[in-house]
Design a protein. Sequence first.
Length: 417
Amino acid sequence: MSSTEVSATAETVQDGSPPAKTTASRRFTINPRESGIYVAFALIVAFFSIVTHGDLLQPQNISNIIVQNSYILILAIGMILIIIAGHIDLSAGSVVAVTGAICAVLTVNHHLPWPIAVLATLVAGALIGAWQGYWVAYFGIPAFIVTLAGMLVFRALTLTVLGNQGIGPFPDQIRTLSNGFVDGYLGNIGLGSLGGADLLTLLVGVGVVAAIAVTQWRVRTARLGYGQAVDPMPVFLLKIAVAALVVLAVVVQLARFKNLPWVLVLLAALVLGYSLVTNRAVFGRRLYAVGGNLQAATLSGVKVKSVTFWIFVNMGVLAALAGVIFAGRLNQAGPTAGNSFELDAIAAAFIGGAAVQGGVGKVVGAITGGLIMAVINNGMSLIGAPSERVMLVKGLVLLAAVAYDVWTKRRSGASAR
């Protein structure tokens, strides 16, 4: 902590009120561990935009990137919580497969109404997560072993449930959730040379930009109130402008193609909800405490076993949701569904800034990491790269992300000394 921050803190303690003004508000600070992922994402998008001659950023392609990778992004949200707590889940892909199979059997073979079938599938995912969470939290078996066993067990259950064959087709409502778009209730408007665009989608984009601006302003005001360092006003406004530009650019392209995909609406709700839980809720603070220092968390009264148990239950529910979406997208539940999904979700979390030791990571970072993987997949597909080259690039990106995390941690440790 700098001398300015120390004096500001002391001033707050002495008179019980935050200091009126500190020089901290004139400082410009950048956290390389948090900002590096967004810079890398921008560079990757720019690179593939150039080599694909702009095809990457075409309206239909942007929509395809979101729809085709939605289930990985959903898994990444659950996986980042697991990794923050210092664990890992190797069974997520198999859980996607078995829950998709359960949903198919309920809707296709037993003709249950789709809401009941989806709810039952989510409950099945919760039970699977509870089963694994019990062995990890209360029996003390490492998560690596438990979920490795789960990867085999739930893949076997998938084959058993399906009878080693695909089951479909799914009801139209499930297919719409996976592949459909929000209706254009307000019609289209003209955007000049860009053509027509869905008005509802554009209004949603404006609302998102406004929410980002208000949220960041409140965070800045709160930090100033406690004398903490914040960016100068021009830098703060520039960051808001860049975020607004990116959001509006994506929204305009989606509005030009059709409108908002339903899976994007679902993802936005999940990201908002889980961001609030991890950043504002008591459970989120306990989660970071468990991953940051298990012994200290235990001594502080955190119910470590309960936290561990519930993050695995949550992972099971999100894997079941991803299973429903993936099966609905293919319009069939198959025995090979979910292969390597857990690896993509783990890679998304680590590329998005999660620390190998636990205690570090953000939901938005995991989503960004997942989008980086999606852009690499899509961009290399557009230029006709063979699959082995795609895997090579993804592996190198993952290695570079973890190496960057280790390097910044060592650098910060050296500067502290």
